[in-house]
Design a protein around this ligand. Structure first.
Ligand SMILES: *[C@@H]1O[C@H](CO)[C@@H](O)[C@H](O)[C@H]1NC(C)=O
Ligand SMILES: *[C@@H]1O[C@H](CO)[C@@H](O)[C@H](O)[C@H]1NC(C)=O
Ligand SMILES: *[C@@H]1O[C@H](CO)[C@@H](O)[C@H](O)[C@H]1NC(C)=O
Ligand SMILES: *[C@@H]1O[C@H](CO)[C@@H](O)[C@H](O)[C@H]1NC(C)=O
Ligand SMILES: *[C@@H]1O[C@H](CO)[C@@H](O)[C@H](O)[C@H]1NC(C)=O
Ligand SMILES: *[C@@H]1O[C@H](CO)[C@@H](O)[C@H](O)[C@H]1NC(C)=O
Ligand SMILES: *[C@@H]1O[C@H](CO)[C@@H](O)[C@H](O)[C@H]1NC(C)=O
Ligand SMILES: *[C@@H]1O[C@H](CO)[C@@H](O)[C@H](O)[C@H]1NC(C)=O
Ligand SMILES: *[C@@H]1O[C@H](CO)[C@@H](O)[C@H](O)[C@H]1NC(C)=O
Ligand SMILES: *[C@@H]1O[C@H](CO)[C@@H](O)[C@H](O)[C@H]1NC(C)=O
Ligand SMILES: *[C@@H]1O[C@H](CO)[C@@H](O)[C@H](O)[C@H]1NC(C)=O
Ligand SMILES: *[C@@H]1O[C@H](CO)[C@@H](O)[C@H](O)[C@H]1NC(C)=O
Ligand SMILES: [Cu+2]
Length: 590
């Protein structure tokens, strides 16, 4: 199917662009007028906003503490520029982005540009000890990357400790100048960031859990653009929380991001339908639904026609969990507010979020996702496979004499719990430093068992800092197989440096003889983060066309912390265009 093309007026795209940009530039300007080089650049940006096709966008991220009150309780949090959620990074496809990150807090910091391909620029990807050493207190680092072949919504977030709970924000990549969306241009675009909030200090939460060897305390609420919302027990009035202001008869595009640490979320708007048009900065075949499912690390653009007359409508973000695992069951709320509505008195149209364990709602959403696969935006699914891999993902139990039960819960990929090295793997690779990692990550589980059964008697895992090495351009098929060890569970797996095609999905054990028969090699969804179903598997394919060291991990932060992570090392190809660029001079040292 070829989606119909609608040209938004250039002005309209420009408006969206300039609006956000102006806000950022204004803030930027106030913040750092003392830097004359920046002043000169800001001047240049203001004078020639839309005349050039590819530009350089400058941002400054000051990492600072800020006291914040939620659920009637105040605590200091780590923020970028004092904002929660953090500032939106606006750019166009093809733009070069420079972000100067200055660390003013006591924690080590890194920022990851989640979903940005980082072609040949792996130094700027951000995961601590994988592509870079942390930016230490008082230090700074300039991230420098180009947005190639991507347009849509992504997110940036801290990639060290549990800092991303409050250190995150949207990346809005507009199409190139004069290139329309492959769907009717919306009247306006709004960023909607879903998050998770603990009243306690989140570093204390995870440290306490690691010492005890037990799962960390669950969060106290979810948030929509930073707020638990009007129905939260602590709301001072029904006007609390985020308000989406709309005018009747117009269509809005919501750029929805799940920035929660540990929970997959359902998102709904009472009385309104949502048409999905893009996920993870890839256009989709449009489909209409009343509920979307979004895992941590995923992004989803939906069109929302404001087709009701007036009034206020409840927006909900609620958890999805179909395993016997404790989650925060609080529903975050916001309101959709029609312009001609007298605010306080207007009745609120409510909606019931799906039940916590609504697997059919989740599956139906996932099964509806397809790449647009048009002439202009083709789905280039690899048809031949050079490396056929099967990775089990799940948890395990290792001895720990000092822990509460004498054991600790861990997590692993192919029975390897990944151990973070003392220096970044990419540097060790580039400078030939031995002893940091080994390139013997197993392409298959050490032995075959009934993966989705209760598992083998021995729940122990191995430790290792092991990578899987790929030659440049190799095509990879990777089966991500959940295990039933302790309990089966949905794992949203994120691959850095690549988009992949999700060619198949099933329950139970992947069967190499029969499962591939049902693969979709025509228009599978292309993305960077995929949920492996509880007690099931997901098959992905990608081309290793990006040299560097690329992290693969569960985007539930608790599982990453426990070791559900590994990395691919992709060698350089021929010549400079197929090779990693030189390391930047200001790359932090360990
Ligand atoms: C937060 O509040 C406490 C207590 O009032 C104060 O001591 C601290 O300096 C504040 N921190 C920030 C970052 O404003
Ligand atoms: C950013 O990277 C590009 C290409 O790698 C390089 O030409 C440019 O000088 C860099 N800019 C800065 C400010 O480091
Ligand atoms: C975690 O929860 C337990 C039980 O409610 C509580 O005692 C403990 O203080 C909490 N930990 C943190 C870091 O808040
Ligand atoms: C949420 O979970 C708590 C226990 O953690 C439980 O007491 C409560 O009934 C649950 N609420 C809902 C709406 O399921
Ligand atoms: C560990 O201890 C906790 C609390 O003491 C208990 O609930 C849990 O079942 C124990 N887990 C294992 C694997 O022994
Ligand atoms: C690392 O080793 C390779 C192969 O021996 C060599 O080509 C390369 O120049 C070395 N790199 C550095 C930075 O020493
Ligand atoms: C694997 O375990 C599942 C869950 O316990 C069970 O339903 C299934 O029959 C087992 N498969 C085999 C081949 O034993
Ligand atoms: C994982 O590795 C541990 C330690 O070598 C071993 O005892 C255990 O049997 C392995 N389990 C699986 C499922 O491979
Ligand atoms: C595995 O690594 C952890 C630290 O990451 C350590 O506590 C544990 O002792 C190690 N286990 C083995 C068997 O080496
Ligand atoms: C990688 O693939 C590209 C495009 O298919 C091709 O031009 C290039 O020669 C390949 N490089 C290597 C090292 O195979
Ligand atoms: C590298 O790519 C650039 C731009 O795509 C092209 O102009 C140049 O010829 C290429 N260089 C090599 C050595 O392939
Ligand atoms: C920050 O990172 C450096 C380099 O890895 C490390 O030596 C240091 O201990 C870290 N600091 C903190 C507070 O964790
Ligand atoms: Cu997980």
């Amino acid at each position: 199917m070829h989606a119909e093309t609608y040209y938004p007026t250039v002005l309209r795209v420009g408006e969206v662009d300039r609006e956000g940009e102006r806000r950022e530039i204004k803030k930027e300007r106030l913040r750092k007028m003392e830097y004359s080089w920046v002043r000169a650049l800001v001047l240049v940006i203001c004078m020639f906003p839309l005349l050039v096709d590819a530009r350089t966008r400058h941002y400054k991220f000051n990492v600072v503490m800020r006291n914040m009150t939620r659920l009637c309780s105040t605590k200091p949090i780590v923020t970028v520029n004092g904002e929660f959620p953090g500032p939106t990074l606006y750019a166009r496809e093809g733009d070069n982005v420079l972000v100067k990150v200055v660390n003013h807090v006591k924690y080590n910091v890194t920022i990851h540009w989640h979903g940005v391909r980082q072609l040949r620029t792996g130094w700027y990807d951000g995961p601590a000890y994988v592509t870079q050493c942390p930016i230490q207190p008082g230090q700074n680092f300039v991230y420098n990357f180009t947005l190639t072949g991507q347009r849509g919504t992504l997110l940036w977030h801290a990639h060290i400790l549990w800092l991303r709970v409050t250190v995150h924000g949207a990346i809005v990549i507009l199409p190139k100048l004069r290139v329309p969306y492959p769907f009717p241009a919306p009247h306006k675009e709004l960023v909607v960031i879903l998050g998770e909030w603990w009243k306690s200090d989140t570093e204390a939460v995870i440290n306490q859990a690691m010492q005890a060897g037990l799962p960390p305390n669950i969060s106290d609420c979810h948030t929509i653009n930073g707020h638990p919302g009007p129905l939260s027990t602590c709301a001072s009035s029904s006007q609390d929380g985020y308000k989406l202001q709309v005018e009747s008869g117009k269509t809005y595009m919501l750029r929805i991001i799940n920035a929660a640490l540990n929970e997959e979320l359902f998102f709904k708007v009472a009385g309104h339908k949502l048409t999905v048009v893009e996920v993870d900065a890839i256009y989709t075949k449009p489909f209409t639904t009343d509920t979307i499912l979004i895992t941590p690390g995923q992004t989803t653009n939906v069109l929302l026609p404001a087709d009701q007359g007036a009034g206020r409508y409840l927006v909900t973000a609620s958890p999805f969990m179909d395993s016997p695992i404790a989650v925060d069951n609080m529903t975050a709320t916001a309101t959709l507010h029609y312009a001609n509505t007298v605010s306080a008195s207007a009745a609120l149209t409510t909606t019931k979020p799906p039940p916590l364990n609504a697997t059919p709602v989740a599956s139906s959403f996932i099964d509806s996702l397809r790449s647009l696969n048009s002439k202009q935006y083709p789905a280039k699914v690899p048809l031949k496979v050079d490396h056929s891999l099967l990775f089990t993902v799940g948890v395990g139990v290792n001895p720990c004499p000092t822990c509460v039960n004498g054991s600790r819960v861990v997590a692993d990929v192919n029975n390897v719990s990944f151990v973070m090295p003392p220096t970044a793997i990419l540097q060790a690779h580039y400078y030939n430093i031995s002893g940091v990692f080994t390139d013997d990550f197993p392409g298959n589980p050490p032995f075959t068992f009934n993966y989705t059964g209760s598992g083998p008697k021995n729940l122990q895992t191995m430790n290792g800092t092991r990578v899987y090495r790929l030659p440049y351009n190799a095509t990879v098929q990777l089966i991500l197989q959940d295990t039933g060890i302790i309990a089966p569970e949905n794992h949203p797996i994120h691959l850095h440096g690549f988009n992949f095609f999700a060619v198949g999905r099933g329950l139970g054990n992947f069967n190499p003889k029969t499962s591939p028969n049902k693969f979709n090699l025509v228009d599978p969804i292309e993305r960077n983060t995929i949920g492996v179903p509880s007690g099931g598997w997901t098959a992905i394919r990608f081309v290793a066309d990006n040299p560097g060291v690329w992290f693969l991990h569960c985007h539930l932060e608790v599982h990453t912390t426990w070791g559900l992570k590994m990395a691919f090392l992709v060698d350089n190809g021929k010549g400079p265009n197929e090779s990693l660029i030189l390391p930047p001079k200001d790359l932090p040292a360990c």
